[in-house]
Design a protein around this ligand. Structure first.
Ligand SMILES: Cc1cc2nc3c(=O)[nH]c(=O)nc-3n(C[C@H](O)[C@H](O)[C@H](O)COP(=O)(O)OP(=O)(O)OC[C@H]3O[C@@H](n4cnc5c(N)ncnc54)[C@H](O)[C@@H]3O)c2cc1C
Length: 380
């Protein structure tokens, strides 16, 4: 088994690292976090340099990167700017995957090149006030009236809706079918009359806005369906393994950043006449972080490799997501512990990891749901 990235992947990662050092210094990350604002400048530069096209097929103006390429990209991006990497996943990757697999040729030719050039952004809206983990029980309703779909309902927890041009909206199109059938994925232009978006205040990942969406007699053309009518749940399932792989990459990169910061801090901070890195209890924490991050990274690249080879990876992607998210949360918590009172101050970056890390145990399936997925596969 080859655990190494290829020469090409290492070179790409190096180029990205240099780009981020130049265009995304820590001051910029802090500023976007404090102002709770979308990193527009960074995204314009990512588009200019062709990074937004990484997961998009070459025939649609992208670089045709594999899942492993994308994992390496997201890991490095998250090590510099976790919210930035999450935004990349939300606004570019989900739509690339859904449209790439289920969109019509016309939709692909129209949307994917614009996405690669950074001219449009997407958000993905599945969750509702009463359907989170049990996402397929969603109630937002779409009814075909002549040549238009008329949509009514309420969506909850939609990341990046405010900065998106299109929302990939999941709505129920057949109320008599079993809950996993009768759901359709729609392409909803955000500025359609009847769409009201409200911002939700949250704990972390401040540059990535979070929204609830109210849909009142929203009318979109009949053709604004991604994939088949009533078969939208297939789109979601297809995207999930890929999603868990991408989210694991973000977790690994961000956890590594916690460890790097903790290591530097403990080597410099002196107490009882020596660096606190000399205390065995500190070293044990550092060693645990190293072990867990290393293990998560191997799980991540195993699942990316399975995705690339087209091998079913439901369990492996869930394992990678679960291990990496819990690793990241523990890394941030231990990072805070090692910094004592200083970690609690907003001028240090560990508090941001502490706030940001929590979402990793919720998005893409909560830790409990990931355990349900893994154990279900084990008991098959
Ligand atoms: C910052 C943020 C960004 C998000 N972005 C998006 C987005 O862009 N698009 C989108 O559609 N959604 C998004 N979500 C929603 C996210 O996917 C849901 O929050 C998540 O799936 C959990 O749903 P819930 O919050 O309704 O919790 P619930 O499903 O109500 O769960 C509550 C608790 O019950 C547990 N639980 C539920 N079912 C089971 C079970 N079968 N067995 C054991 N325990 C169970 C859960 O694990 C959890 O601990 C986002 C959420 C957040 C916080």
């Amino acid at each position: 088994m080859d655990f190494d990235l290829s020469e090409q992947q290492l070179a790409t990662r190096e180029a990205l690292r240099n780009f981020l050092k130049r265009e995304c210094p820590i001051e910029y990350v802090r500023e976007c976090d404090e102002a709770e604002r979308f990193p527009y400048e960074l995204y314009a530069k990512l588009a200019e340099q062709g990074w937004l096209g990484l997961p998009i097929a070459e025939e649609y103006g992208g670089a045709g990167g594999s899942c492993t390429d994308l994992a390496a990209f997201l890991e490095e991006f998250a090590a510099h700017f976790e919210a930035g990497a999450n935004i990349f996943y939300t606004t570019v990757v989900i739509a690339t995957d859904a449209i790439g697999h289920f969109g019509s040729e016309e939709q692909k030719r129209d949307l994917l090149p614009k996405l690669a050039r950074g001219e449009i952004r997407f958000a993905f809206s599945l969750s509702e006030p009463n359907s989170g983990s049990d996402a397929a029980s969603l109630r937002t309703r779409a009814v075909l009236e002549g040549d238009e779909w008329v949509i009514n309902g309420q969506k909850m927890f939609c990341s990046c809706a405010q900065v998106a041009d299109y929302i990939l909206l999941m709505a129920r199109t057949d109320i008599d079918a079993p809950k996993h059938d009768g759901i359709t994925m729609f392409l909803l232009p955000k500025d359609t009359p009847g769409v009201e978006i409200r911002k939700l205040k949250k704990l972390g990942l401040k540059p990535m806005d979070l929204n609830e969406i109210f849909l009142t007699d929203v009318r979109i053309p009949k053709g604004n369906v991604i994939g088949q009518v009533n078969k939208g749940w297939r789109n979601v399932l297809k995207t999930l393994d890929y999603e868990r792989c991408c989210l694991s990459a973000v977790n690994v990169g961000a956890a590594q950043s916690c460890l790097d910061k903790a290591l530097n801090y403990t080597k410099e901070r002196q107490q009882f006449g020596q660096a606190i890195s000399q205390f065995q209890l500190t070293r044990a924490k550092l060693a645990d972080m190293e072990m867990e991050i290393d293990a998560s990274r191997l799980l991540l690249y195993r699942s990316a490799n399975l995705v690339d080879r087209g091998i079913p990876n439901n369990k492996e992607s869930a394992v990678a997501n679960l291990a990496s998210s819990e690793t990241y949360v523990r890394a941030a918590l231990n990072g805070m512990r090692m910094m004592g009172g200083w970690g609690y101050l907003m001028e240090y970056d560990m508090q941001r990891h502490y706030r940001d890390s929590k979402l990793s145990e919720i998005g893409g399936g909560t830790s409990e749901i990931l355990r349900v997925v893994i154990s279900r596969e084990m008991l098959k």
